[in-house]
Design a protein around this ligand. Structure first.
Ligand code: NAP
Length: 276
């Protein structure tokens, strides 16, 4: 159970902070079980104010010492230096959970210089409002219990899928980068409404709620999106006229290609990622 662990979040920025909020709320952890680091004194003060009782500081070694779970949540470009700094302060049986985009479990183990249990996570930013989509992949030393702990951590801030590690680039292209595509969709839908005379604030609220509601209906009804689309498209009506227009302009192909492009970029970044 996660609630029996002491957890160090190294690099408590957007992702790390959302995880801290989620685990404190969902798993009834004592704040004293959570340590968090970052560099900016002002931001550390904010963390301490937002989560009174957690150990927030800038000393990464002190934070990971004795922690049973270490979450690596710095930016990938800071990872090599941070791992170098903490590598001999992390316990041998500590579970390392990495949200670092592009770094493999093998690369992280090499950077630590030993085979720690490592779980790699690819979350997305809607986790900030507890609606994240996270994929988890276990490294060679991580067993079902380790995956279970990581699952509990990320389920506090959304939904979790377990995938083999070779799919992490694809997951980055789909759900990791996906919020950016959806924001563009909402923005464009808003402009569509504005073009037809709807005041922008109202068009924006209608567009965002339409995307939110449609996604919720897909998830809660369990129906295939094509069935739900058929239910909105009256013969000879408005929706089918617009659907035909979207098909003519290749919306589906555009999205399939967008995921492929982001997947390819993720694999390129992985090749460039600093190694141990
Ligand atoms: N954002 C996304 O959509 C997303 C999605 C999936 C995965 N990720 C991954 O999540 C990780 C974090 O992303 P983010 O968006 O949360 O970035 P972020 O907000 O910039 O957070 C990174 C944090 O690391 C801290 N940091 C940097 N160097 C440090 C050091 N030496 N010691 C301690 N803390 C240090 C920074 O603190 P200071 O600012 O105080 O220096 C900052 O708070 C990245 O590796 C990214 O690949 C992000």
């Amino acid at each position: 159970m996660l609630s029996t662990h002491s957890i160090a979040v190294v690099g408590a920025g957007n992702i790390g902070r959302a995880l801290i909020g989620g685990m404190l709320t969902a798993h009834e952890l004592e704040t004293s079980q959570v340590r968090a680091t970052r560099r900016s004194p002002g931001a550390l003060q904010d963390l301490a104010t937002a989560f009174p009782g957690i150990q927030a500081g800038h000393d990464n070694r002190q934070a990971v010492h004795g922690a049973s779970i270490v979450v690596l949540a710095v930016k990938p470009q800071n990872a090599a230096a941070v791992i170098e700094e903490i590598r001999d302060a992390v316990d041998d049986d500590a579970l390392v959970i990495s949200v670092l985009a592009g770094l493999t479990t093998e690369g992280i183990a090499a950077a630590f210089g030993r085979d720690l249990p490592i779980v790699r996570a690819m979350p997305n930013t809607p986790m900030i409002v507890d609606l994240g989509a996270t994929a988890l992949a276990a490294g060679s030393k991580a067993d079902e219990a380790h995956l279970g702990l990581a699952r509990q951590l990320f389920e506090a801030v959304g939904k979790v899928e377990i995938v083999p590690e070779y799919l992490m680039d694809a997951v980055t292209g789909l759900s990791g980068s996906g919020p950016a595509y959806v924001y563009m969709f909402i923005e464009a839908l808003t402009d569509g409404g504005v073009k037809q005379g709807i005041p922008r604030p109202q068009a924006f609220r209608l567009a965002a709620q339409t995307v939110y509601g449609a996604a919720k209906l897909v998830i809660e009804s369990g129906k295939h999106p094509a069935i739900l689309r058929d239910e909105v498209t009256t013969p000879g009506g408005t929706a089918i006229a617009a659907v035909a227009d979207l098909e003519a302009h290749g919306l589906r192909t555009m999205l399939i290609n967008a995921v492929a492009t982001a997947t390819k970029r993720s694999s390129e970044l992985r090749e460039l990622a600093p190694r141990g």
